[in-house]
Design a protein around this ligand. Sequence first.
Ligand code: ADP
Ligand code: ZN
Length: 750
Amino acid sequence: MARMPPIAKIATHVALDRTFDYLIPEPLAGSIALGSRVLVPFGRSQATGFVVGLVERSDRTDLKSILALTDPHPLLDEPLLELARWIAGYYCATLEQVLRALLPAPVRKAGSGFKAQLTVRHARERAADVADALSDKQRAVMERLWTAGPQLLQALARELGITAAPIQALRRKGWVVVAEETVERTPLSRRTLLPTEPLQLEVEQAAAVAMIKAATGVGGSEVSAATASSAAQPPGVILLHGVTGSGKTEVYLQGIAGALAAGRGAIVLVPEIALTPQTIERFVARFGEQVAVLHSHLSEGERHDEWHRIRSGAARIVVGARSAVFAPVRPLGMIVVDEEHEPSYKQEDVPRYNARDVAVMRGRIEGCLVVLGSATPSLESWNNAAKGKYRLASLPRRVDNRRMPAIRIVDMRINAERVGHVSVFSKELMQGIHERLARAEQIILFLNRRGFATSLVCPKCGFRAECDQCSVAVTYHRQDDRLRCHLCGQSRAVPAKCPQCADPAFKYGGFGTQRVETIVKKCFPKARAVRMDTDATGTKGAHDRILGDFRAGKIDILIGTQMIAKGLDFPNVTLVGVISADQSLHMPDFRAAERTYQLLAQVAGRAGRGTVSGEVIVQTYTPHHPAMQAVRRNDFTGFCDMESEFRRELRYPPFARLTCVTFRGASESRVLFYAETISKKMAAAAGEQVRVADACPAPIARVKGVFRFQLMLRAGSVRAMTVPLREILRDHPPPKDVKVAVDVDAISLL
Ligand code: ADP
Ligand code: ZN
């Protein structure tokens, strides 16, 4: 066996942007590897850390030794460490922060006795000097280990009638190794599902599957999986652009089956919101016990177990949200990112990574195929396909020749004129609901705003009730008759009269899902209508229960926020009503039109997925907006062309890279002063290639009493911005009461 380098570089949570050198003690030499988690002396106490490098020499001479290995196997390996280093560099985070994101909390915390049990095994063979070197109790422990082999720590202590102290002392002296041994527990309960067979593919689906198989080295050619990864041609990225209902999932399933046949596993990322039982079932029904699920609704124990099932190879396919991109599938054949345009792939906390882009990078590092799928790809991915960086596979039709739903845009200005006041429902939508109810078909009503009324407005003086702590209007919630801030969650009673002019005739402006529900129940008293939004699904399981009832036909009308826009496949839904398409259009964000198109196309995609064709009624006050018109014509390409022109002209992504730096603090003047300082220094340092905006208040200028300012940077490359920015922030650190957040490839600009 090759000799182990004697020194390990360790990243700990204690120190930020650096690693520390430690000696690897003789007993641990054989068991420590890159990615191992270890216990080290740190200052006057101890810390756990990860081995992120193994070297021959250190600059320091006073090195301390690693105390113990906390896990029997490394939790990370070299390709994942390389990915972590890339994320840290690209997204301006520290390696330790990235390593935290890489491992689910219950796996990281396992050292604290959680689920896993501690096992003691001897690290030194029986020796003559035992009697001199060890106490009686310690000797007893060693004798037991030498004769009986590894023992569970608790059982060993109980049996010998000792505490854990002598065992820990032995560990420190290098006589024993204490490690975690995972205890196999009841796996995630899975409903008994009828296994599904691969479907007979449509022509376009077959072409997409063939493209995937060719890229993963299976399919027709004689290339084996092993040679495929080392072949000159890396598998690269395929953008699967398939209209809603075109059968993208079946393409993923058959592509994965190919990877499995070649001895490789797969990761499937879906947006958290789309991680419904329905989505998971489609994978479990095809691949059974080989599927592991990773998302935040699992209990800690479940997440811990699922992760270890993946690491051990028992589960070869992972279906999960954002962080599942780090799942330790070995060897990895492909990563699928479904609904790749979804903003929720971006983590809004450090490290601020985008799981889609991390997937692409992981694919490059590990030589595995990445498939990005969407009915409405992001302009970034679309542009990469146009440039030939990604290959494009298109599914332009729904399966079985089902028709795309007919989309009607209803001009609410005309409607208001006709009925003499602003109303929630147009005549067309009312009519449509009536017809569907009469035919026992189902209806989805979509409104991306929860609550009852969006604001409380005084018709006399124009006063609008806002949150005391945040610069946004509060929303009226009828259930508990309170005004609630959707940013900080604080609520308060409705004032009896206007606080500004004391007029008692307060008026509710705008409307949310609760108000829609009230109207529906009044107008269609016999219909079974249910609302689904974060207010209605607070209790665990409510979400699944409502969808189950809807599927079973126990609900006629489902009213909801974007929670119901994604990935649901209900064949009996023939009408989708979009109550107000304008909200997302008026967001202060250059992606507003793109978001609106995506949202409308996704919601519309819920209609007519069965044999009866569907209809979508979109109510809007801006019917001629290009995004509305493109949705009506189902013309994604046309929309992209138009939108690209605008982005190119103004140098917005994807034609430039964007970094958003946010400054926050309780003192408005101090935050602004610091933001302006950084802005000026950036402008001076970065030169021509970087566009540095003036520091200005964020669109939401105050949250929970904290002031927020923004600095937008744009350039041809990320490094052109982050290299000087990091230097400036290091040389001019913020005052204590100001916080800085650097968001590379920012998605949310609020
Ligand atoms: P998408 O994700 O593209 O919106 P889905 O994968 O949900 O589409 O597929 C829509 C429906 O069509 C599903 O019920 C699926 O089982 C069915 N389907 C997919 N491919 C085929 C096929 N080749 N033949 C018959 N039905 C199919
Ligand atoms: Zn608030």
